[in-house]
Design a protein around this ligand. Sequence first.
Ligand SMILES: Nc1ccn([C@@H]2O[C@H](COP(=O)(O)OP(=O)(O)OP(=O)(O)O)[C@@H](O)[C@H]2O)c(=O)n1
Ligand SMILES: C[C@](O)(CO)[C@H](O)COP(=O)(O)O
Length: 237
Amino acid sequence: MKSIVLIPAAGSGRRMGTTTSKQYLELQGKPLLAHTIALFDQHPQVEAIYPIVPADDREYCQREILDRYQFKSVRRLIAGGSERQDSVRNGLAALIEDGYNQPRRPILIHDGARPLFNTDLLAALLKSIDANGACIMAVPAKDTIKQVIQGQIVDSPSRDQLWQAQTPQGFHFEILDKAFHLQASDEGPSTDDAALVAAAGYAVQVLAGEDRNIKITTPADLLIAAALLDSYQEKSA
Ligand SMILES: Nc1ccn([C@@H]2O[C@H](COP(=O)(O)OP(=O)(O)OP(=O)(O)O)[C@@H](O)[C@H]2O)c(=O)n1
Ligand SMILES: C[C@](O)(CO)[C@H](O)COP(=O)(O)O
C-alpha cells in the first residue's frame, strides 16, 4: 500500500523572526514549502500529499504554491491548528474523511520546514514502517547536550544514547490514530509525533538519516540550506 504524506507547515516561524512566514521564504527563488512538497510529489511510493497550512493562508497557498508549481500528488490543503500536534491531528481527520484510514496504511509526517530530506532513504523508512509499525529518521547527536534549568547545568547525559529526531516520521494509520486518541489531556503538546506514539506504549524504530536534513528554524539555517541545495544541484548537473 502506498504512503500518504502529511506536511505540517502551519507554524508562525517565531524563531526565524521574519515578517514573511518562514514556509514562504524563498530558497533559490522558490518558496521553502514548495521545495518540501516537491520532494514527495509523484514519488512512486507516495499516493497523496496533504500540506497543512495556517487557516488564513489557504487561498495564498493555493495560488502561490499549488497553482504555481502544479504538483500532481497534492490532494488538498488542510487548515492547521495552534500547536504542531493540532495541525497533525487536523491532517489525520482529513485522512479519515478521504478514506485513507486502512489500519496498516503508512502515514508519513514531514515538516514543511525540512526541504533537504534525501528521498533515496524513503524505501528503507517505509520498509521499517511496514515491519514495525513506527519508524522515524534521526541522526546521532554531535554536540554534548546539557539539561539547563535557570542558567545552570543540571544534567549532562551521555552522548552515546542521544539522537536528534528528524522527519519524516512514519506510522501505520491505526497506531498514529490511537496515539492521538490516547494523549492525556493534562500533557503539554509534544514537539514530535514519535513522542506521542511512544507515550501510547508503542516501540518506535529509529533509522539513521543524514545531517543535510536540517529544519529551517533560524536565519542561519536558511543560509546553510541555500549552500546545501547549491552543492547538491552542482553534483547532479
Ligand atoms: N501550529 C503549528 C506549529 C508548527 N507547525 C509546523 O511544524 C514544523 C516544525 O515546527 P517549527 O520548525 O518549530 O516551526 P514553527 O512553529 O513555525 O517555528 P517557531 O517554533 O520558531 O515558531 C514546521 O514545518 C511548522 O510549520 C504546524 O504545522 N503547526
Ligand atoms: C518533529 C521535529 O522536526 C523533530 O525534530 C521537531 O520536533 C519539530 O519542531 P520543533 O518545535 O522545532 O521541535
